[in-house]
Design a binder for this molecule. Sequence first.
Ligand SMILES: [Zn+2]
Length: 209
Amino acid sequence: MTQHPGNPAGLSDPHELDLFEFARSGRQAAGVVRVSQLPRMLNEVPAEAPDRDTAFTWQAEGATQPELQDDGTEGPQPYLRMAIHGAAWLECQRCMTPYSQAFNVDATYRIVSTEAEAEEFPLDEDEVEVIVGSRQFDLIDLIEEELLLSLPLVPKHEVCPKVHESLVSGVAGTEGKGDEADEGDEPKRPNPFAALDSLKRGEPGDKKH
Ligand SMILES: [Zn+2]
């Protein structure tokens, strides 16, 4: 058995995770991943950024939920929930200088065994994404995918420093809020995992502090 020291979360290798086992045994893992480990994210970071190698923290949790299977019996359907928090420097498309963009991802995935199964899953089930699991699942790759999907369509400062300075009045600063849907439209709608979550913790619901 290979030892992986410095991995208190009990995850052998986040690049080669047995995702089915992870879900079945309801395991949890957490870690830190740096932009330098995510080549496609690094592409988005401008060369003149003050820090090109910012860090993201992530937490993953596996679970199963009894669901009707193809053979008509109830079986444990594996799920993965993942949260990612952190920031990366992007180039503001308004003033073309770097700014720090926050990322806050909380995603729930239904884990299926084959591409065919993934395709037959109804697309309008938008609160749950579908991933094809494996015994050597690359969790870091999923994290990068999720971050790329969370990139703003048009990266920009809330208030560009140069624009702000030139309009010395400074009144224009907060204008234009709410013109586009905010990112992080974390839904309040329930998902299978949330239900599980509250069951496990014996809480009626999640309260924001
Ligand atoms: Zn700007």
